[in-house]
Design a protein around this ligand. Structure first.
Ligand SMILES: Cc1cc2nc3c(=O)[nH]c(=O)nc-3n(C[C@H](O)[C@H](O)[C@H](O)COP(=O)(O)OP(=O)(O)OC[C@H]3O[C@@H](n4cnc5c(N)ncnc54)[C@H](O)[C@@H]3O)c2cc1C
Length: 217
């Protein structure tokens, strides 16, 4: 079996100027203040909109798309955000026997590096052993069921939450603000925070007017 870490990639070009300008262009309609648009008025306008809580105007910015490589448990939480668009690796159509192994995500509380594993590493603690062995057993059962002519959509029933999945998520800026507030909080699952905090930090740098108010411990 193969073990990897979670990761993410923001697929949208975060061109600050054009993002803020598209928000300003729509938003100034509300106040009929288009005549106040100057080369550097968009920053002030976006800040003002956020301060007022006029979040609907943020929906006029471009959508932001992120590709996540996470475990199925975290992806199940992610797809609860109803205002996003999703494209996710299918356990019905993907046959992991073709790659010769199943890929699982290493959670942050397991002290193990990425790599190919066929047997138990000696350095694991007792609880890590339990986790590791359960994945080896799941992989074995999955591959054996395929050999018994089960389809991937049937054999997948033995795969655990640690299974690696790839999911592309698209949402508007207002929805990302909402998601990041929820999923960067200390109440969020540590593996969810593990992928959301890097996104928040990138967005805080690129769009501080909009994401600068989200705080986390
Ligand atoms: C810490 C944490 C723990 C959680 N625990 C559980 C749990 O134990 N069990 C569980 O089932 N879920 C749980 N969830 C998931 C949670 O219930 C929501 O499904 C998820 O956070 C999506 O949030 P949302 O509904 O605010 O947002 P989105 O779906 O992203 O929607 C954004 C906003 O749009 C509005 N909106 C969207 N759809 C509607 C609608 N139909 N009607 C009215 N307004 C709408 C709301 O204002 C909403 O906040 C948990 C989430 C978190 C962050």
């Amino acid at each position: 079996m193969q073990l990897i870490y979670s990761s993410l990639e923001i697929l949208t070009n975060l061109d600050r100027e054009s993002i803020l300008k598209s928000i300003e262009l729509a938003g100034r309609t509300c106040y009929k203040s288009e005549d106040k648009i100057t080369s550097d008025s968009a920053t002030y306008f976006a800040k003002m909109i956020c301060k007022k809580g006029h979040g609907a105007v943020l929906e006029f910015g471009p959508d932001i798309t992120v590709r996540f490589i996470i475990d199925r448990g975290v992806s199940h939480e992610l797809v609860r955000h109803r205002l996003c668009s999703f494209a996710q690796e299918s356990t019905r159509y993907c046959n992991y026997a073709k790659q010769g192994h199943v890929i699982f995500i290493i959670p942050p509380w397991v002290n193990l590096g990425p790599g190919e594993y066929t047997k138990l590493p000696t350095k694991l603690s007792e609880s890590e052993n339990i986790w590791f062995n359960s994945l080896l057993a799941a992989e074995k059962a999955y591959l054996e069921l395929l050999q018994h002519n089960w389809l991937p959509q049937a054999a997948r029933s033995v795969l655990p939450n640690s299974l690696k999945t790839e999911i592309v998520v698209k949402a508007n800026i207002r929805e990302w603000h909402h998601i990041l507030e929820l999923r960067c909080s200390k109440q969020a699952h540590p593996q969810m925070r593990g992928v959301m905090l890097p996104i928040l930090n990138i967005l805080k740098i690129n769009l501080p007017e909009i994401f600068g108010d989200i705080e986390y411990d």
